[in-house]
Each structure stands twice: as C-alpha cells, then as structure tokens.
Write a protein that binds this ligand. Structure first.
Ligand SMILES: NC(=O)c1ccc[n+]([C@@H]2O[C@H](COP(=O)([O-])OP(=O)(O)OC[C@H]3O[C@@H](n4cnc5c(N)ncnc54)[C@H](OP(=O)(O)O)[C@@H]3O)[C@@H](O)[C@H]2O)c1
Length: 261
C-alpha cells in the first residue's frame, strides 16, 4: 500500500490542471496526470518528481470512453487501489460563437463528451473505491457558464450545468461514506490559452494588451476588475482537499471576481 496520498488530475497538460497537479504534488500527494499531449505531461511529471512526488502519465483522449476506462485501470494498478483526490479539470469550450442552428451536433457531442461524460466515466470507476475506503475528495472544475447562459456557448454552458448536477448527485450518493464532491466555477482565468486570445484581440483592435484586457473585463462585467489567476483556483482546490474541506460537499464555489452576481 502506498504511503503518500494519491491524486488524479485530468487535463493536467496545460493551464489550471497543470498548476493543480503541481500544488497537490507539493502538498505531499503522488499524482497521476492526464491529457492528450504526452510531451507536456512528461515535462510536468519531471517537475513533480523533482518535488519528491511519484507521477504517472496517462495519455488519453477523454472523449474515447473505452480508452478513458482503460486509463483508469492503469491508474488503479499504479496507485495500488488507493484514491484520495480526484480533480476533473479537462475541458473544452468548443466553437466559440455559433448560435443554435449553426452549431453542429458533432461539436455539441464533443463538448459534452469532454466536459460532462468524461468526469462521469472517471467517477464511475473511482467513486465506488473512495466510498468503500470511507473517504476521499472530488473536485470538478466547471465554470461560471454553469451558473448562467451565454449566447454562442450553448454546448459549453449545457456541459457545465450538467457537471453541476453530476457533482451534486455524486455528493448525495457518496456523502454517507465520507467522500466529498464539489464543483468550482471559475470565470476567466489567465492561463496561456486565454492570454494568447487577449493578445490576439489587442492586435486585432490595435490597442495595448492592457487596454484589451480592460475592455474584456468591462465587457464581462467583472466587479473586481480582473480575471482570475490559476493560483486562485489552486487555492480553492487545496482548501477543499485539505482539513478545511472536511464538511463541505455538493457546493458550487464561484471564482469569477463577482461576474455572475
Ligand atoms: N481558462 C478559463 O478562463 C476557464 C474559465 C472557466 C472554466 N475553465 C475550466 O477550467 C478547466 C481547465 O481549463 P484551462 O483553461 O485552465 O485549461 P486549458 O489551457 O484550456 O487546457 C485544457 C486541458 O484539458 C485537456 N483536454 C481538453 N480536451 C481533452 C480531451 N479531449 N482529452 C483529454 N484531455 C483534454 C487539455 O489537454 P490536451 O490538450 O493535452 O488534450 C488540457 O490539459 C476546464 O474544465 C475549463 O472548462 C477555464
């Protein structure tokens, strides 16, 4: 049996997921990380090992249900059947602006398979194990589009609302066994993907990056006047999986500078 607690983080090859994985490693977990980009995952695994954590790279497209299930089998072989923390962070926005009628069913299915069905498959394998062990923490990374609608984001919003329902239902099922399941709802987070989009918008509008960000924040109606940093999301994950999260379950923790008020 492994001595260090075991965490699984999906969507760890980039952005918030990679920061969450590193923080869990630094907090004493051995960490399994998933994504499609093996090179990025191997680099992160090297960083985790440098922190003294054991790391397992699982290259998998989470839209492939069979491959994801097989990845969970590999994960459980590696962990010796121990599962302490599961963070479902893999996600996609899908196409950004087509209205319903122009948004293809194939694109809709891709977004739902990534953002909603994949966490269901992961939990289908791991939640029973956590329940049998009488403990564990699940954190699903949703989005504030799971708290509201947005024109041009029908599939993304639907997937994140769905993940809320999945999280609450899982919390009800697993609560009696001491397992918590929570949902974090970030607004815009300054990950490399978003920063690139803001840079492109600045070039397109012929303004400075600062000005482009100011306009974006105003357009999104963010009272605190800034996007989140990945560290804002990481801090909440660490709280939920730490002692402070012991009696918190089925909650939606919105981290968006007040955008959905
Ligand atoms: N950034 C934001 O502004 C923001 C706002 C609200 C919510 N969120 C949510 O936060 C989570 C992380 O987003 P992020 O922006 O920090 O990260 P990101 O830079 O968009 O990276 C997404 C991660 O998900 C993985 N992923 C996507 N599709 C996948 C697939 N089909 N199979 C396997 N892995 C897949 C990617 O890995 P590969 O590319 O290697 O496959 C990558 O590791 C997502 O659930 C996102 O919806 C983000």
């Amino acid at each position: 049996m492994r001595e260090r607690p075991i965490a699984l983080v999906t969507g760890a090859s980039a952005g918030t997921g990679s920061e969450i994985a590193l923080a869990l490693g630094a907090a004493g977990h051995d960490v399994a990380i998933t994504g499609r980009r093996t090179e990025a995952l191997e680099e992160l695994a090297g960083q985790l090992r440098g922190q003294g954590a054991d790391a397992l790279v699982l290259t998998v497209d989470v839209r492939d249900a069979t491959a994801l299930d097989q990845a969970m089998t590999r994960f459980l072989e590696w962990s010796g059947g121990r599962v302490d923390v599961v963070v479902n962070a893999a996600g996609t926005t899908g196409p950004l602006s087509p209205p319903i009628g122009e948004f293809s069913v194939a694109d809709f299915d891709n977004v739902i398979a990534t953002n909603l069905r994949a966490p269901f498959i992961v939990l289908s394998r791991l939640l029973p194990i956590m329940r049998a062990a009488k403990g564990g923490r699940v954190v699903n990374i949703g989005g504030n589009h799971g708290m509201r609608g947005r024109a041009g984001r029908s599939s993304y919003s639907a997937s994140k609302w769905g993940l809320r329902g999945l999280s609450r239902s899982a919390a009800l099922e697993a609560g009696p066994d001491g397992v918590t399941v929570n949902y974090i709802a970030p607004g815009p987070v300054a990950v490399p993907r978003m920063k690139a989009a803001w840079r492109a918008r600045a070039e397109q509008d012929g303004v400075s990056e600062d000005e482009a960000l100011t306009r974006y924040v105003a357009n999104m109606g963010i009272p605190l006047g800034r996007p989140s940093e990945p560290s804002d999301i990481v801090a909440m994950v660490l709280y939920l999986v730490g002692p402070g999260g012991r009696n918190i379950t089925g909650q939606e923790l919105v981290i968006d500078g007040g955008a959905t008020l």
